[in-house]
Ligand binder design. Structure first.
Ligand SMILES: [Zn+2]
Length: 430
């Protein structure tokens, strides 16, 4: 058992608890209470005085094997960025070994910055799963499906068969939660999209898809299908409660209404949308329509980091600015987006809050740092002032993976060396 004693507990679903304790048994939270724990039956003790204890952050959209492409091509439009840089590099480098180490690098960055769960769309899913297990992060891994060949599959039929196999193999895994990810409505045929939906329904897993990221995508859908990408999904019965629609920047009022009616979920990726000049998702309207909106960073090739504290802060600020209203997306709401709503978007309600019986996915943050002094309100500190370097302990599924700010599960020096070796090869290929 692990005992976390002292500090300010932020359960997210209920008011903060000052000077309490959390007892973890196995993979779950056994007890949360005020005061001092009197028992002696714990193996590990964490002194959380002057710390915030909160649920681990949930990043609902990444392409984690692209971590070694961080900073490879900045300040370019999405089309050129993809066609001239990312796709040729992927064709050359994406192989199982690359995927494992590049994923491990991104996963380590996420863990030390307080993210305990992420939802990924990519290929070589078994390698990503292996990196998750080795590092000890919770991975919602959704194999990507496209109509054109990749280094992982030749046809969409192959891709779907591989995804189904992966789902079967990992369905009951404690920290790997499989799903399926048709890339988008412009890279997958209707037949491919429908087959993916069948798999998603059969296994009750998420249907993870990029939707209405750019104005171009929205306008081309109008030209090609006569309707917006959201209406195209809806008209073909592809918008439902397991649909995780990523980006959703270009939405009209009817799209928002349909997303709400069908209880589809949204992953909001503000930093990627800003950096690629794609626009700003109408998150205020979506939340007003009771749509579940979570937060994602997207891959580091378009962000260029996986820092969810930064993503939360930008989310809170951005929507106040464009709505000319400082009360929009208050700190409590944004905190829910990165925790509770993330869990709901991923259809896994055992995480995202601190409650007895839930999985122990917990982060502990030092608030004695000069940037968080003086300390009045934990939600205010989490969203507006602290930074991810203040995360000191990270527990995933009851296992301590970051201690005193250091990752315990990954040989970081070895990983840095491998990243540098790949850098030389990638640099020579550009
Ligand atoms: Zn993406």
């Amino acid at each position: 058992m692990i005992l976390i004693q002292g500090g300010t507990i932020v359960p997210v679903v209920s008011p903060p608890v000052e000077e309490g304790y959390i007892l973890i048994e196995g993979s779950k939270i056994k007890k949360i209470d005020r005061g001092k724990y009197q028992g002696k039956d714990y193996k590990t003790f964490i002194d959380a005085k002057n710390h915030i204890i909160m649920p681990g952050l949930i990043n609902t959209h990444t392409h984690i094997p692209m971590t070694f492409f961080r900073g490879i091509a900045d300040d370019l439009p999405l089309e050129i960025w993809l066609k001239e840089y990312i796709w040729p590099l992927e064709a050359k480098f994406i192989k199982p070994d690359f995927v494992y180490y590049s994923s491990l690098c991104g996963i380590t960055e996420m863990l030390v910055s307080g993210t305990t769960s992420f939802c990924d769309m990519y290929f070589f899913e078994n390698e990503i799963a292996r990196a998750c297990e080795d590092a000890g992060i919770r991975g919602f891994i959704t194999p990507g499906v496209l109509d054109f060949p990749t280094s992982s599959f030749k046809t969409p039929r192959d891709a779907i068969a591989k995804a189904e196999n992966f789902i079967k193999n990992y369905m009951k895994h404690p920290i790997i939660h499989p799903g399926i990810a048709p890339h988008s409505t412009y890279t997958c045929s209707l037949d491919t999209l429908k087959k993916c939906k069948e798999i998603s329904e059969k296994y009750n897993t998420i249907f993870h898809i990029h939707v209405s990221e750019t104005k171009k995508e929205y306008e081309e859908s109008l030209k090609k299908h006569g309707v917006s990408p959201v209406k195209y999904l809806h008209n073909n019965n592809l918008l439902y409660e397991n649909t995780l629609a990523v980006h959703s920047v270009w939405l009209d009022d009817e799209d928002i209404e349909l997303i709400s009616q069908k209880k589809a979920k949204i992953s909001h990726n503000p930093e990627s949308n800003l950096k690629l000049g794609s626009g700003i998702s109408p998150v205020k309207k979506l939340l007003e329509q009771k749509v579940r909106v979570s937060i994602g960073t997207d891959g580091v090739a378009s962000n260029n980091n996986l820092d969810m504290f930064e993503a939360m802060r930008i989310t809170a600020l951005l929507h106040k600015g464009i709505n000319l209203d400082p009360s929009v997306l208050n700190a409590r709401e944004v905190l829910k987006m990165a925790t509770l709503y993330g869990a709901e978007c991923l259809n896994f309600r055992e995480i995202g809050t601190l409650e007895e019986g839930k999985r122990a996915d917990i982060i502990i943050i030092d608030i004695e740092d000069i940037s968080t002094i003086p300390f009045y309100d934990p939600c205010s500190a989490i969203i507006y002032s602290l930074n991810s370097r203040q995360v000191k302990y990270v527990i995933v599924n009851g296992k301590l993976v970051v201690e005193k700010g250091e990752i315990k599960t990954v040989d970081i020096e070895k990983l840095k060396k491998i990243a540098k070796e790949y850098r030389e090869r990638i640099k020579n290929a550009i």
